[in-house]
Design a protein around this ligand. Structure first.
Ligand code: UD1
Length: 366
């Protein structure tokens, strides 16, 4: 008899975490029967479906189609729909990933129906309760039965919050499993195609991603950043795949924003395209969590436009640094004269995290 496990994904950063576990659980005789549920928190093609294609994920078994809304609306809608699925499917375990609204909504719903919850990427903390993700992380961790951490700071945070040691397992970073897989599929002809498509030269451009409310929700702030990038593009080409949240706010600019020649503002990219650009960028400017980790793995300088990070290991061991609009120019000067720190790969960021998780789950009685 196999064990029915529901894997929950909702937003773009979840898809690369779910994929390695899906493929590992489907190996011969693991004893697991994984079911994929997509809440539909992200629904645009570039934000969702193409990730399933790039990561060899099948069509989700369940798609809740909840879409956008306020935090309460989105979380509430996911809970209502997820509860029906759980009652119908009755999985033995529910596995949630990361820190998005779907993570919180589905962990709480499952737990109240007495289904054991496993949290992959547990224990990360920015200590900034103005971030919705920090609330999602803390609530999910507090109620999860099994907590898999990507780095040892995660274990320390959980122990400090009173989580029993025996429920915490340091397994490494599952997103790096997907990164390693996709890197193995990026060959020179594909790279040539991508660099031709975007009109860029390897190692001579900056890759930008910004979508946090802190940076993009305030029009004046966002315009300041965009003007800065426009000026930067006079020194080095800049490419900015724009998240829908950011796009909406740029479209609302009055007067309209006009980019200079070397500042390319494009649609969100599919995973394989994005990683190809990331691998060959001079540096990355971002406010994403996952990209701080990917650049550390790839040893690409990363400037994170945020006052804090829930991934401190990327600062202490990796290539990442936190910047503000005041400090950013100096940091860029350093990178452009090749004076950036070298990173080292954090422990267990080795492409085998999904394997470790499956081995641990096999031996567990819940
Ligand atoms: C969500 C996550 C964030 C993660 C990010 C990655 C939460 C609280 N936030 O933020 O942690 O870093 O995903 O992308 O879960 N929209 C579309 N199409 C889509 C999705 C969103 O147009 O497919 C627009 C909607 O207008 C929506 C806005 O973008 O209102 C924001 O989307 P939402 O899912 O609420 O949060 P993200 O900013 O994407």
């Amino acid at each position: 008899m196999s064990i029915k496990i529901m894997l929950v994904a909702g937003a773009r950063p979840n898809f690369m975490k779910i994929a390695p576990l899906w493929s590992e659980m489907n190996r011969f005789r693991t004893g697991f029967e994984p079911i994929i549920l997509h809440t539909g928190q992200h629904y645009d093609y570039e934000m969702s479906k193409v990730f399933f294609e790039d990561l060899d994920l099948p069509e989700p078994h369940y798609f809740l189609g909840v879409g956008s809304g306020t935090h309460a609306e989105q979380t509430g809608k996911i809970m209502i729909e997820f509860e029906k699925v759980i009652q119908n499917e009755n999985p033995e375990w529910v596995i949630v990933f990361g820190d998005v609204n779907s993570t919180l909504a589905c962990s709480v719903t499952a737990k109240k129906l007495f289904i054991p919850v496993v949290h992959v990427e547990a224990g990360l903390r920015s200590f900034d309760m103005t971030m919705p993700e920090e609330i999602n992380r803390k609530v999910t961790d507090a109620i999860s039965d099994v907590l898999f951490t990507p780095s040892k700071d995660g274990d320390e945070n959980l122990i400090r919050e009173g989580i029993e040691r025996k429920r915490i397992h340091f397994v490494g970073n599952i997103m790096i499993d997907s990164l390693i897989l996709i890197l193995s599929r990026i060959d020179p002809p594909y790279e040539d195609k991508i660099f031709e498509k975007f009109g860029l030269k390897k190692n001579h451009f900056v890759l930008v991603t910004l979508h946090r409310p802190l940076n993009v929700d305030d029009g004046n702030n966002l315009r300041k950043i965009m003007n800065f990038l426009n000026t930067l593009s006079l020194r080095i080409p800049v490419i900015f795949p724009v998240h829908p949240r950011t796009r909406k706010n740029i479209n609302g600019f009055d007067p309209k924003f006009i980019s200079k020649g070397a500042f390319k503002i494009i649609e969100p990219l599919r995973y394989k395209e994005f990683i190809t650009l990331e691998k060959y960028s001079k540096f990355v400017l971002t406010d994403s969590g996952g990209i701080q980790e990917e650049t550390t793995y790839l040893n690409i300088p990363c400037l994170t436009l945020r006052p804090n990070t829930e991934r401190p290991i990327t600062l202490t061991q990796g290539t990442n640094e936190l910047v503000s609009m005041e400090s950013i120019e100096d940091r860029i000067d350093l990178i452009l004269v090749e004076k950036w720190k070298q990173g080292e790969k954090p422990e267990l960021w080795d492409g085998k995290t999904a394997k470790r998780i499956v081995e641990l789950l096999k031996g567990m009685e819940i």
